[in-house]
Ligand binder design. Structure first.
Ligand code: NAP
Ligand code: MG
Length: 395
């Protein structure tokens, strides 16, 4: 069989620990035997980030913008303990934060759904994709304690009294966002909805926050009317704004199958709730979409350090590679779409189907084996490599 050809390279962003091991196996067992894989490779292992003074991270993000599609392995975000473990020159920033800022992107987190893994919310049948605005608000807030004075907010020559503490102690905080960032967020959401032909919901607390949150609502509405309304109608999908309380109630009653766009803090909290309810972090994929339409695909989980320690000692691991694998298929599918390379997109679809079929027939890693339940199916827990080989057999 001839290998499937690629015209434009993918941006391949390698990472750390157990996911770096899975990365190589996914490629060796499931991709390179079938695809004449073309990539522009960036090594974001912590060692190489340190050696390049983290320039490699910025270059990887620039490559994603230039080539349009990247796929990223999980990476270590250094803390004090990692600085010591790796003897780092400094505590480098989170690579994901650097890439997100450079691409001005929005992160969409989507669960991989298989029969046999039932969401904790039984009504949920289809994915709920969370789109989190990843700039500003409380994450760029300034805060202080008050000893009892009068707090004021001033900008552009206007001053408002926040609160007169009247001699009593208290706390205060100021947050901001920019019109440009909210516009990028809105466009990324509308583009992703069109791309995946999925309804888009957006919710804030605009009834209480009549300027701040209301501006988010207005910007979304203006951009929708001016740039997306007709495209949404043509695609048969809907844009729907509602108050966050109402959205929460509707989400719980829904059967899924929509994108839920949220402000930074709401998205942080709700994405963990939704991920947990769908069963496993190892089944959660994540894609960063720039407002210009560049994509970076990855797993939502980390480098699975605990499993890597076992691997280093030569012990067997049963680490779930589904999210990493779906990052690859997402990227290959997108590359195929952009290049008009149907063979490549079809291959990615078949690989996803083979993965889901493998699990639904009872072959899976330990994390899933513990919660899998499907009538007539006997569960067999496989190690990390065996699971990929079982998929290859079906493929
Ligand atoms: P983690 O790597 O997501 O792992 C936490 C635990 O979740 C694991 O110990 C494991 O549980 C389970 N788990 C996660 N992914 C799994 C998979 N694919 N298969 C099976 N089980 C899985 O989070 P962490 O241990 O807190 O962080 C490790 C490193 O990852 C840190 O250095 C952090 O900075 C980095 N990180 C990177 C990213 C990213 O690049 N996007 C995101 C988060 C964290 P059991 O041990 O119970 O089996
Ligand atoms: Mg969180």
């Amino acid at each position: 069989m001839d290998k499937i050809k690629m015209t434009t390279p993918l941006v391949e962003i390698d990472g750390d620990e157990m996911t770096r091991v899975l990365w190589q196996w996914v490629k060796d067992i499931l991709i390179t035997p079938y695809v004449d894989l073309k990539t522009e490779y960036y090594d974001l292992s912590l060692e190489n980030r340190d050696a390049t003074d983290d320039k490699v991270t910025v270059e990887a993000a620039e490559a994603c913008l230039r080539l349009g599609v990247g796929v990223k392995c999980a990476t270590i975000t250094p803390n004090a303990q990692r600085v010591e473990e790796f003897g780092l020159k400094k505590m480098w920033a989170s690579p994901n934060a650097t890439i997100r800022a450079k691409m001005d992107g929005t992160v969409f987190r989507a669960p991989v759904i298989v029969r046999g893994i039932t969401p904790l919310v039984p009504a949920w049948k289809k994915p709920i994709v969370i789109a989190r605005h990843a700039y500003g608000d409380v994450y760029k807030g300034v805060e202080m304690k008050s000893k009892g004075g009068k707090a004021e907010l001033s900008c552009d020559g206007n001053t408002l009294t926040v609160f007169d503490f009247g001699g009593k102690e208290g706390i205060l905080q100021a947050i901001h966002n920019t019109k440009a960032s909210i516009e990028s967020f809105a466009r990324s959401c509308f583009n992703y909805a069109l791309d995946t032909k999925t309804d888009l919901w957006f919710s804030t607390k605009d009834t209480i926050s009549k300027v701040y949150d209301h501006t988010f609502k207005d910007i979304f509405a203006e951009i929708y009317e001016a740039e997306y309304k007709e495209k949404f109608e043509a695609a048969g999908i809907e844009y729907f704004y509602t108050l966050i309380d109402d959205a929460v109630a509707r989400v719980m009653r829904s059967e899924g199958g929509f994108i839920w766009a949220l402000k930074n803090y709401d998205g942080d909290v709700m994405s963990d709730m939704v991920a947990t309810a769908f069963g496993s972090l190892a089944m959660m994929t994540s894609v960063l979409v720039s407002p210009t339409g560049a994509y970076e695909f990855e797993a939502a989980h980390g480098t699975v350090t605990r499993h890597y320690r076992k691997y280093q000692k030569g012990e067997e691991t049963s680490t779930n590679s589904v999210a990493t694998l779906f990052a690859w298929t997402g990227a290959l599918k997108k590359r195929g779409e952009l290049d008009g390379n149907k063979e490549l997109s079809d291959f990615a679809d078949r690989l996803e189907k083979a993965t889901i079929d493998t699990i639904e027939s009872g072959e899976m890693t330990k994390d899933l084996a513990g919660m899998f339940k499907l009538d007539g199916v006997t569960v067999k827990a496989l190690n990390s490599r065996e699971f990929l080989e079982a998929i290859a057999k079906r493929l």
